[in-house]
Design a protein around this ligand. Structure first.
Ligand code: ME8
Length: 653
């Protein structure tokens, strides 16, 4: 059976992994895991692009032999991907002998059949993008049309690949295969690129001494790095040494990359090379958008490049979450906020908001309250007669189908949103049915039935979220005591946890972030809370469990005395006031619904209790960082004051 073949680009090793390369790799890993969970054999390839002139140049600048440099850097990539729970089947390196053999063989074949021919190259080259540009694309400034850096003039004998000969076949293929290039915006970009007319591509560089030598012509230098790099996808299937057997992997089913390397390289040169070789083309090329930071492109000079493991570690430190689960939380953020058609803003505040909202409040809380009540009321054993209500069973099945549909389309934001509908449904069900009240009334069997919904939902979710959060999925399965995370179709069974089944003690997977928002930002760029907070429904607090809490639970609530420094009405609202508070020397903004009971003047200078560790919420465009507490008298707010003036920031306990 042919394996479902998924690839990421191979990354240049002159810089370390960042949230951009992590995005493509995590999306690929999530796709690979999803298809495996569906029971399909998968072949997942990633690796490093090591023959580029810029890689050689950086090694030289650092005074390290280039081979040693690429060895060390490839190791950094492999270590990082493993730490991010990336489960690739093959890690390819373009300095491997087997790859160089493939490049040599392809070059020879295409030259023999006339698709590669010798000429001279006169023109401009961008070493940063490793790209030759036609004179028509370059203005007076002689800077790269893609990255803006200065171009180098080249005047050298050179081999060309006859790309122009494939223009009409490429157009036809794209027209006949609507899923060949996704999302649609990339397809249009590619068609636009082809419409400008395809020129033959220079595929050798003379005078270079790092890379794959042009076969049988030592004077010609080395093979152009993109011609070399694209062939990695073929090398990894064993095309050269496995005879027809390589067809158990080839062609790629899904090639993932960022939008910058799709139209010209992956959707034009690459398929044309395969057409020239007479090989089947990839089924689908998917180009995601870019992360931007503070509305700007990430770049070393701006100092806004984030390292994925540092983000995960900071999240673990700030929350007390175990590192593997913080890594999964980072993966969740990457997929939930993934830029698909357009670019998306990456921010640490966004990571925190998703963590506290979707993971601690929603998923973590649902699992924890289900298992806690199961232990409290039923000694941790599934009671007799528990079964899932038909309405919920239908909803779970429908949501699982929607998640699958979205994952197939590489639309993880949608897939995860659909999965979270299940959590919302269970939390609402608990609130409506109030199993704690049922227990008090002696309706034990009914209470068991209600809680069974949480167990079945958690089991199903372990499978649905596994592509995004593999370690968390495993931990859910462990706490449910069901062994392995179920396969996709097994996960749909609504009676899979039998009466008498023993559950493990609940252990919170995602402790709520205790410190105030933006704790993990540290040395990070200026906050961009606006974007990330607005994506989240205003503090979607989980439906509170109407039952007694422990002293430890109470200790997690931080209330402090704040002094109101300024107060003003919120535009277009009759109920809201924006308060600027001093909390022990720290300034905070909160939005309070007391405009009908107090004027701004009555509030300034007052000391009031404020819940300070509440997840921030975006209210009428204002980020509210806490909640003032007041007595509720028939729906009217009545202020609470300390008995005498106290230092601002005093703890209330
Ligand atoms: O291009 N947001 O390698 P590369 C999202 N070696 N994705 C980003 C990004 C950002 N801010 N910055 C970079 C190469 N990327 C070649 C590939 S394949 C035969 C050869 C993505 O190390 C970018 O779009 O420059 C691309 O998919 C990947 O990181 C490239 O990394």
């Amino acid at each position: 059976m042919k394996r479902y073949y998924i690839t990421t680009p191979i990354y240049y090793v002159n810089s370390v992994p960042h949230i951009g390369t992590a995005l493509t790799t995590i999306v690929a890993d999530a796709c690979a895991r999803y298809h495996k969970r569906r029971g399909r054999p998968v072949y997942f390839l990633t690796g490093t692009d090591e023959n580029a002139p810029k890689v050689h140049r950086v090694a030289q600048e650092r005074g390290v032999p280039t081979q040693q440099f690429v060895d060390e850097m490839a190791e950094v990539f492999e270590r990082t991907w493993r730490a991010l729970h990336i489960e690739y089947d093959v890690f390819i390196r373009t300095t491997e002998a087997r790859h160089k053999q493939v490049v040599t063989e392809v070059f020879r074949r295409l030259r023999e059949q006339g698709d590669i021919y010798k000429g001279t190259y006169q023109g401009w080259y961008c070493i940063s993008c490793e790209t030759f540009f036609a004179p028509s694309k370059i203005g007076e400034s002689k800077t790269c049309p893609d990255c803006g850096k200065p171009l180098e003039w080249r005047d050298e004998p050179c081999y060309y690949f006859r790309l122009s000969a494939y223009e009409s076949r490429l157009r036809e293929h794209i027209a006949a295969n609507p899923h060949f290039i996704e999302p649609e915006v990339r397809r249009n970009e590619t068609l636009g690129f082809i419409a400008e007319g395809l020129q033959d591509v220079a595929v050798s560089r003379s005078g270079a001494d790092w890379g794959v030598p042009v076969p049988d012509d030592p004077e010609a230098g080395v093979v152009y790095v993109w011609f070399d790099a694209l062939l990695n996808y073929l090398t990894a299937t064993g095309w050269l040494e496995r005879g027809e057997a390589y067809l158990d992997i080839w062609p790629p089913d899904l090639q993932l990359m960022g939008k910058d390397i799709l139209p010209r390289f992956h959707a034009t040169i690459w398929p044309a090379m395969l057409m020239a070789l007479g090989l089947p083309l990839p089924e689908r090329l998917y180009g995601h958008g870019w992360w931007i930071v503070n509305k700007q492109k990430m770049s070393k000079s701006l100092g806004n490049v984030y390292a994925p493991l540092e983000v995960a570690q900071a999240l673990a430190d700030a929350s007390g979450c175990a590192l593997p689960y913080a890594v999964d939380a980072f993966r969740y953020y990457m997929l939930r906020e993934m830029p698909t058609d357009s670019d998306a803003e990456f921010s640490l505040e966004g990571v925190e908001t998703r963590y506290n909202g979707d993971l601690a409040n929603d998923l973590g809380n649902m699992l924890h309250r289900t298992l806690s009540m199961m232990h409290r009321y039923f000694g941790g054993r599934v009671p007799e007669g528990a079964r899932l209500e038909a309405g919920l069973a239908d909803l779970f099945a429908q949501q699982a189908a929607r998640v699958a549909e979205a994952y197939e389309a590489v639309d993880f934001p949608r897939g995860l949103r659909e999965a979270w509908q299940i959590i919302g449904a269970v939390n609402r069900y608990y609130d409506e049915q109030a199993p704690w009240a049922l227990m008090k009334q002696g309706a034990t069997e009914h209470a068991g039935q209600v809680l069974y919904a949480g167990l079945i939902a958690a089991r199903l979710l372990s499978a649905l979220i596994e592509p995004a959060m593999p370690q968390v999925a495993r931990e859910i399965a462990r706490q449910l005591n069901i062994g392995e995370v179920p396969l996709w179709h097994e996960a749909q069974a609504v009676d899979a946890i039998p009466a008498g089944h023993t559950l493990q003690e609940p252990i919170p997977i995602f402790p709520r972030l205790q410190a105030k928002p933006a704790t993990i930002s540290g040395a990070a760029p200026a906050p961009t809370a606006q974007h990330s907070v607005s994506e989240t429904p205003t503090t979607a607090q989980p439906t509170a469990m109407q039952e007694l809490i422990t002293i430890d639970e109470f200790k997690r609530i931080q209330i402090r005395i704040a002094t109101v420094k300024a107060a003003e009405p919120v535009p277009k609202s009759t109920k809201l006031l924006k308060l600027t508070l001093d909390v022990g020397g720290e300034e905070r903004t909160i939005v309070a619904g007391i405009a009908e009971d107090y004027t701004p003047e009555q509030l300034v200078g007052k000391q009031i209790p404020v819940l300070v560790n509440l997840q921030p919420a975006l209210i009428r465009g204002i980020v509210s960082e806490g909640m003032m507490l007041a007595a509720d008298v028939d729906g009217r707010a009545v202020l609470l004051h300390p008995d005498r003036e106290v230092p601002s920031g005093s703890v209330v306990r």
